[in-house]
Design a binder for this molecule. Structure first.
Ligand code: URP
Ligand code: ZN
Ligand code: ZN
Ligand code: ZN
Length: 484
């Protein structure tokens, strides 16, 4: 068979196993996997791991925050940074802001997305699911392959009421889509914040105090309960606590269609990182906040036992200057500082350190970095797999390379990385997207704007039966049928 390119001599790793073979590529797709393949163009992958390119499924680029602050990264710098981190696809958010319709939101983000060097999709952040949205714009978004929505239970300018959340869950379910939720109790955070600020406790470290673990547990429990009422699939994003992970694991054991995500900041940082002099701690402010060393261990255990389907960066890049964290001056209270931290390039090397330390297997690394996201978000097997017929989206890793995380290697628009100086073993050395080299020899060699919008289908995971609560069971029908 005529090939354009062959990757030779490496160990292929998928979410279900590993084996030595060559990979043959033609027309941007994997067309052969065999012992020995030759091609006019070859990549030597001896002593290397050949894995599906990472799929970054939670990041904010070219997006205004709730307070109107633009992220430092756009689709160009964000996609390049993600590529350096071993990713070949990413799914940023298209955020509906006050006064914008869902249709206008999508039009805006389709324009922004054109700068991407990686293939990309959008999750739609819904803040105002009004009649126009529910009856027309959201079903239309699903038809256009945007099959996941995110709602917030906190942030005054973004949050939705429980009954509105139920509307979104039911609508997404009927369209085969997935609802994602930022689950923290807004009232608890607001109450604690007001008291802390009134007492003069305004430094970044109080951001972590004002987001107690209980606020996450309460909102996760509520979100799971709401999803069970209408038997709709739900993904809890950025779970940061033991209590949250345990609630998810329990719901999964009951058979509920509940999925969860965690992020590197909850495995590698703690609330003590916010406790730096002056405004330095602002670099480590995100919501929910990093917790403690014991929680890090518990979250690693939940990664290993499968509670988490995806592991994402939640890259929310605000520089440590007047354009970002310091926009409200050096005297700002923690309530006036943008939340979020970068992680597009660091996510996968950080996760790989869990392979090196024996906390997760290589196969779990592939599942968490790529394959599960492709399945959950309706891109499988086009993305997230090394198999004949899949896009040739491939990351080649050197599992033995050891080096430190450095800002200059992130290639994003940021002026810091929260992981600076961490010494990690296992790094991506080359990345292909649809058979084209995009990262090679430490450089980005991608054509500008080469990324394509990925039209997604329904999730792979929704086929299995879920939970029907008695009051919603048509078979029981206590005299009043309620359709979700
Ligand atoms: O602090 C964070 N995570 N900022 C980004 C927005 C969000 O909540 O995901
Ligand atoms: Zn969030
Ligand atoms: Zn986020
Ligand atoms: Zn660079």
């Amino acid at each position: 068979m005529d090939l354009d390119l062959a990757i030779r001599g490496g160990t292929i790793v998928t979410s279900s196993g590993r084996y030595k073979a060559d990979v043959g590529i033609r027309g941007g797709r994997i067309v052969a996997i065999a012992d020995t393949l030759t091609a006019p163009d070859e990549i030597d992958a001896t002593d290397r791991l050949v894995m599906p390119g990472g799929i970054e499924a939670h990041c904010h680029v070219a997006q205004e925050s709730a307070a109107g602050l633009m992220t430092a990264d756009d689709y160009r710098t964000g996609s390049i940074s993600a590529a350096f981190g071993g990713n070949s696809t990413f799914i940023p958010f298209a955020a509906q802001h006050r006064g914008m319709s869902v249709a206008e939101t999508l039009e805006l983000y389709h324009e922004r997305g054109k700068d991407s060097v990686l293939d990309y999709a959008f999750h739609l952040i819904v803040t105002n699911p009004d009649q126009q949205a529910v009856e027309h714009d959201l079903p239309e978004a699903f038809r256009q392959g945007i099959t996941s929505l995110k709602v917030f239970l906190t942030y005054e300018r973004m949050m939705v009421a429980d009954s509105t959340f139920l509307d979104v869950l039911a609508l997404a379910k009927s369209a085969g889509g997935l609802t994602m939720v930022h689950a923290e109790n807004n009232g608890m955070i607001d109450w604690m914040s007001r008291r802390l600020v009134a007492a003069g406790h305004t430094e970044p470290r109080y951001h972590a105090i004002s987001h107690p673990a209980l606020a996450e547990a309460e909102a996760i429990n509520r979100a799971i309960s709401l999803s069970k009422l209408v038997d709709a699939p739900l993904l809890i994003v950025h779970v940061s606590t033991r209590e949250g992970a345990e609630l998810v694991a329990r719901a999964q054991a009951e058979g509920a269609k509940v999925f969860a995500e965690t992020c590197p900041q909850y495995l590698f940082l703690t609330r003590d990182d916010l406790d730096l002099p002056g405004m330095e701690g602002a670099k480590f402010m995100c919501s929910p906040p990093p917790r403690d060393a014991e929680t890090q261990e518990v979250l690693w255990q939940h990664l290993a036992r499968g509670t988490f389907t995806v592991f994402s960066s939640d890259h929310a890049p605000y520089r440590h200057d007047e354009s970002g964290k310091l926009a409200n001056g050096p005297e700002a209270t923690f309530k006036q500082i943008a939340n979020g931290m970068p992680g597009l390039a660091a996510r996968l090397p950080l996760l790989f350190s869990g392979v090196t330390s024996g906390r997760i297997t290589l196969e779990q690394f592939v599942a968490l970095s790529s394959t599960n996201a492709a399945r959950l978000y309706g891109m499988y097997p086009q993305k997230g797999e090394i198999a004949v017929g899949s896009d040739a989206d491939i990351a080649i890793w050197d599992p033995a390379e050891t080096r430190e995380v450095r800002l200059e290697d992130q290639h994003d628009a940021m002026d810091y990385t929260p992981y600076e100086g961490m010494r990690l073993t296992g790094w991506p050395v080359a990345v292909l997207s649809r058979g084209e080299r995009i990262i090679e020899d430490g450089a980005c060699v991608a054509e500008p704007k080469r990324g394509r919008f990925v039209t997604r289908g329904p999730s792979d995971y929704f086929g299995r039966p879920g939970i029907t609560v008695p009051e919603m069971d048509p078979a029981r029908n206590f005299g009043a049928m309620v359709k979700p």
